[in-house]
Design a protein around this ligand. Structure first.
Ligand SMILES: [Zn+2]
Length: 173
């Protein structure tokens, strides 16, 4: 799933939820010259904290995998909502974040890194209302997913039509 970095995915006017780390092989992303070990550790720490304290939000139906390297060991089936010092600002990232930083030298935006390095020990489960504000989709992301589906299913137009909810083109006779 692709969402441009720092896109606000909140539908509530009083809270911003900025997407970070929803990268894709077909879109440019910022990356660092060398693997940043501290950043990898911080990203992994975020994932570990989220799992041990059951803080994941928006579970997805399937498992989302890296499409840059096709590694099958890492996957994500939920989102991580990272709080910041501003109580009306959150970041929404993926369980694939440590993988992207370690294997693809992905460099998240500065504000996100700052939030990542805060003491998260008092972090609490986001409110249900906040979770309902999040719509982790973007027009751009959806369009890209459709493009990828078209390529994947190009030999199966009927199936593609069903998946995309379109009327199949009638074959010419
Ligand atoms: Zn990868």
């Amino acid at each position: 799933m692709y969402i441009p970095d720092l896109q606000n995915v909140s539908s509530c006017p009083d809270v911003s939820v900025l997407a970070v780390g929803w990268i894709d092989r077909d879109r440019p992303f910022t990356w660092s010259e060398a693997v940043d070990g501290d950043l990898v550790a911080a990203a992994q720490g975020l994932v570990d904290t989220t799992i041990t304290r059951h803080l994941a939000v928006k579970r997805t139906r399937g498992i989302h995998r890296c499409n840059i390297c096709k590694e099958q060991d890492s996957g994500s089936n939920a989102c991580i909502l990272l709080p910041t010092e501003d109580s009306s600002l959150f970041f929404l990232t993926t369980f694939l974040l440590p993988h992207y930083v370690r294997h693809h030298r992905y460099l998240p935006p500065e504000g996100f890194i700052r939030a990542l390095r805060r003491d998260l020990s008092h972090w609490e489960l986001p409110s249900k209302r906040l979770e309902q504000c999040i719509d982790p989709k973007s027009d751009e992301g959806e369009q890209l997913e459709r493009e990828q589906l078209r390529v994947t299913l190009k030999d199966h137009p009927d199936l593609l039509a069903i998946v995309l909810g379109e009327t199949p083109a009638r074959p010419h006779k």
